[in-house]
Design a protein around this ligand. Structure first.
Ligand code: ADP
Ligand code: ASP
Ligand code: MG
Length: 409
């Protein structure tokens, strides 16, 4: 007998038929003698619909009230799934995040889980119930409803698996695993049988939304056995997220991630003297704006152009800060560009192979794609390119690194 946490995403509970289908899958695991916790998202499109309603009233919705609103999406699906399970003759009980007592901090719309009271759940599981828990939501110390950021049901699933010391956490979605890149962009993308935690962490943080990054962090920290599977297929082993084993044969590049979440700022004609980077980025940090990539070039006239990227939502705020900095340090101009995309290749095999960067740059050059910024770490290389070339860049790299081809035996 195993304890399994199964998380079902929006499309997996997107209609009454799909919810019945989920109930049948849960019933199969129960019939095998397992204990099952089912974590569910809101029906697909529902969270967006609710955000849209809120924005019709307030351009920037009040965060506390937005969380009250958004949490209703998952409250609908837990009740419906519990009913569908009962309809199959199973014992089932639904729980909101607050009812479980998934305690979070008070950062509305992006709260972090601090602790989970798993006692009630365990009692229900031991008495033969399927426990159905609302994903994406918790409660802060003062009793306010909080939500965990978009895609947060993944994190609820993994956090519950960690708290209950589950044997496995299964993430059921509309693809049958983690692919070499988003199969919606590259139809030739292949499912990976396994991917290391490190690689999955990079993929998620660089834009692959198949798993929310915090869910991967949790799984790594608490050693949760994590698998991504399709709820639309009966068979299939999906993708297992593994800890890297020594001597394990690794492909050089495992996957390609991309995102359009960032914007680039350039402060032009900055006097080239010590302390200038701190002068520019200090006020940005004080305004609580996270900086991702940074590039500085010294021009022929002894001034430098200093560029960096921030989240697209913060472009305006960052431009305002920089226009003040510009006057203070005597720079020529401040430019903002939100028509950029970041494309990244990820692979633990990069550690032991040379020439990966030049191969990447050549593949992009062959397609006439200009690279605006570059950043690297031990297991990833990211480039910023013009937004309109993003898909072309992903396809070119997918092919150049042989990801279209079945892995050699
Ligand atoms: P859910 O609602 O089940 O949480 P999401 O839409 O959040 O589903 O995540 C699944 C989607 O992630 C897929 O439909 C796919 O388009 C996208 N995706 C992005 N990158 C990848 C990848 N590397 N492998 C698989 N899916 C990916
Ligand atoms: N319903 C939430 C969202 O759409 C949480 C989730 O689906 O994981 O982001
Ligand atoms: Mg998701």
């Amino acid at each position: 007998m195993a304890l399994i946490v199964q998380k079902y995403g929006g499309t997996s509970v997107g209609s009454i038929e799909r919810i019945r289908n989920v109930a049948e899958r849960v019933a199969k695991f129960k019939a095998l003698g397992h204990q099952v916790v089912a974590v569910v998202s809101a029906m697909s499109g529902e969270t967006n619909r609710l955000i849209d309603l809120a924005k019709q009233i307030q351009k920037e919705p009040d965060p506390r009230e937005l969380d009250v609103l958004l949490s209703t999406g998952e409250q609908v699906t837990i009740a419906l799934l519990a009913m569908a399970l009962k309809d199959l003759g199973l014992r089932a009980k639904s729980y909101t995040g607050g009812q479980v007592r998934i305690l979070t901090d008070d950062a509305h719309t992006k709260a972090r889980i601090l602790a989970i009271d798993e006692e009630n759940l365990r009692r229900d599981l031991d008495s033969g119930h399927v426990v159905v828990v609302a994903g994406f939501q918790g409660v802060d110390a003062a009793g306010n409803i909080t939500t965990l950021g978009r895609g947060g049901s993944d994190t609820t699933g993994v956090a519950l698996a960690a708290a209950l010391k589950a044997d496995e956490c299964q993430i059921y979605t509309d693809v049958d695993g983690v692919y070499t890149t988003d199969p919606r962009i590259v139809p030739e993308a292949r499912r990976l049988k396994t991917i290391t935690f490190e690689e999955m962490l990079e993929m998620a943080s660089l834009g692959s939304k198949v798993l929310q990054i915090r869910s991967v962090e949790f799984a790594g920290k608490y050693k949760v056995k994590l698998r991504v599977l399709s709820s639309f297929e009966d068979e299939g082993e999906g993708t297992l997220i593994t800890f890297e084993e020594e001597n394990m044969e690794q492909p050089v590049i495992s996957g390609i991630a991309f995102n359009r979440d960032e914007a680039k700022l350039t402060i032009v004609g900055v006097p080239d003297r010590p302390g200038i980077a701190a002068h520019i980025l200090g006020p940005i940090a004080e305004a609580n704006i996270d900086v991702d990539m940074i590039v500085q070039n010294v021009g022929v006239d002894g001034t430098t152009d200093f560029s960096f990227t921030v989240h697209r939502n913060e472009l305006k705020k960052a431009m305002d800060v920089l226009s003040m900095v510009k006057t203070a340090i005597g720079a020529r101009d401040v430019l903002g560009d939100d028509k950029i995309a970041k494309v990244s290749i990820v692979g633990v095999g990069m550690r032991t192979h040379a020439g990966i960067a030049s191969k990447m740059f050549k593949a992009l050059a062959d397609e006439n794609i200009n690279i605006q910024m570059i950043s690297t770490s031990e297991i990833k290389i990211s480039v910023v390119v013009d937004d309109k070339y993003m898909e072309l860049a992903v396809r070119a790299l997918h092919q150049a690194f042989g990801l279209d081809q079945p892995a050699s035996a």
